[in-house]
Design a protein around this ligand. Sequence first.
Ligand code: DNO
Length: 346
Amino acid sequence: MKLTFRWYGEKDSIPLQYIKQIPNMSGVVTAVYDVPVGEKWSDESLAKLKQLTQDAGLEMEVIESIPVHEDIKMGCGKRDEYIANYCENLRAVARHGVKVVCYNFMPVFDWLRTDMYHKNGDGSTSLSYSYEDFIKVDPNNLHLPGWDESYTPEELQGLLKAYKSISHEQLFNNLIYFLERIIPVCEECGINMAIHPDDPPWDVFGLPRIISCEDDLDKLFNAVPSTANGLTLCTGSFGAGRGNDIVKMAAKYAAQGRVHFAHLRNVLWTDDKDSFCETGHCSVDGSLDMAQIVLALVKNGFNGYVRPDHGRNVWGEDGKPGYGLYDRGLGAAYINGLFEVAEKLK
Ligand code: DNO
């Protein structure tokens, strides 16, 4: 595996040098952040990112994400133009040595939580999702932690209304339409696409979600068989869905050569509904067996990119929720240990 770390570009408060100091760190996972969704990324922006990471002794082989415009997801408006731009972006990142592109196909919202600063008993804070808090949210008057500034209230209501007429099947067909056009470009320029699962893995506010479980993945891979059509195995996202057997999924999709990227983190199920809280990475802290997941990956030939995912805020750090330095650093150390043992003993 290649251990990586998410880095939000020059605006990230974590210096590249600190990332490089994490044992066995190979590179960063990053993106061009100052271009509106759907537009083209310039070679200059990519060259600059590449230069900065290279100067710090790090690689830039994974992009997370090239976001997908809502017109593509809804199958309307300027979708073909946005797909053409997407293809250009794939060619551009490939020219800068990128091998994997992580993306998602979740309507309107990407991840969703009800609290970004959930206070844990030990004084650390983490992202959490409470079923009780979620059902109190009024979809007509949405205020969501982390999303409040992404859309104006009118834009948000417009999007929610537009999606009312889009079924799961239509959304899936729109994903396939998109993949059928971009995967040949990926094959030509040596990129693997790694779709990120729905987080959490169920419909929210009546919005359809289509990458939530094993059946969804089977359907996706059957429709577009190229292995360039692959997966980001995000253990925390799938793991919030209690019906998902992550160890089985890790083994199955690694064996198919479809796991191009793994986000490794743990979650703790906190009630008998859907609620969960993000924890430290270790198995003992949450509901997922991280060692069995890593073993399943390694035994089935996984040799892709890995990153620690959301960390808590610990040791007084006031980091970007989920993306501080300390707890992700601890996660990285733990991931190194799991892989070393799995690879030696497999
Ligand atoms: C959350 C991330 C996601 C991920 C996107 C990929 O912290 O894992 O936002 O980057 O879903 O497109």
